[in-house]
Design a protein around this ligand. Structure first.
Ligand SMILES: Nc1ncnc2c1ncn2[C@@H]1O[C@H](COP(=O)(O)OP(=O)(O)O)[C@@H](O)[C@H]1O
Ligand SMILES: [Mg+2]
Length: 258
């Protein structure tokens, strides 16, 4: 049985300024959701709030995972509960190799005495890197240090496939990728599909959704989900842009500044 992430009437402020103004979303195992929207509409704020970034203050509303209050959990508890966030701008950590980072991330999600063996870890990592067409040397390089944009994104997907979270939030995983890298990254995500995996893909381009067909598409404007639909909604956005939604809903300024 898959997990369910439920976001209800979520309001989030940064430095006293309200950015999210009542977001409602439900992501279940087996489902892929896309959140689309122009820049500055609150998409990254949503992903940071779900993962518990300290700068983002939840002023009201709730986030639960299978009924458990996510907002009460520390960041590492959220990860252990099965949430995964691929950030729009992944951090560089000098002195920690990619392999060491991944192995401790996997083990921190396991009970004492049930840690992954070094052999099994290496085998799984080699296999995953091959699938993602990554240079084997990347395992021993410091985390994200000097990685190109595309290497960072592939590396986020490497973490995703190895950590096997219940719910993943992928923020602009497609930005800066050439078409080959886009296909590789999409394959990685498609391979995760299954009842035990739910995914929220945040993007402002439709092109990623040519390779990953979402079950649900949501449009964010001015800090709210203003429209939801199926994959056809993404195709209409690709063809017509966002203006028709603004007109239909009488939104003058789509950014949260409004
Ligand atoms: N850490 C931050 N500090 C101050 N303002 C922020 C921060 N993060 C986001 N904002 C503001 O929140 C608004 C929404 O940003 P963001 O969530 O990044 O939008 P999107 O991802 O849709 O482009 C913007 O006006 C942005 O300036
Ligand atoms: Mg963003």
């Amino acid at each position: 049985m898959g997990s369910t992430l439920t976001i209800k009437d979520l309001h989030v402020s940064i430095d006293g300024k309200e950015i999210l103004k009542g977001v409602n979303l439900e992501i279940k195992g087996g489902e892929i959701h896309a959140v689309m929207g122009p820049n500055g509409t609150g998409k990254s704020t949503l992903s940071s709030a779900i993962m518990g970034h300290p700068k983002y203050e939840i002023t009201s509303g709730s986030i639960t995972l299978d009924g458990e209050d996510v907002l009460e959990m520390e960041v590492d508890e959220r990860a252990r509960a099965g949430l995964f966030l691929a950030m729009q701008y992944p951090s560089e950590i000098s002195g920690v190799t990619n392999a060491d980072f991944l192995r401790s991330a996997i083990n921190s999600r396991r009970k004492e005495g049930e840690e992954i063996s070094l052999m099994k870890f290496i085998r799984t990592m080699d296999k995953s890197m091959e699938l993602l067409e990554m240079d084997p040397n990347m395992a021993q390089r410091y985390l994200n240090e000097g990685f190109s944009g595309g290497e960072k994104k592939r590396n986020e997907i490497l973490q995703l496939t190895m950590l096997e979270p219940k719910i993943a939030i992928l923020d602009e995983i497609d930005s800066g990728l050439d078409i080959d890298a886009l296909k590789v990254v999409s394959n990685g995500i498609n391979n995760m599909r299954g009842d035990d995996f739910g995914c929220l893909i945040i993007t402002h381009y439709q092109r990623l959704l040519n390779y990953i067909t979402p079950d649900h598409v949501h449009v964010m404007m001015a800090g709210r989900v203003v429209k939801s639909g199926g994959p056809e909604l993404a195709h209409r956005l690709e063809a017509e842009g966002y203006d028709w939604i603004k007109q239909e809903l009488g939104i003058e300024d789509e950014t949260v500044e409004a």
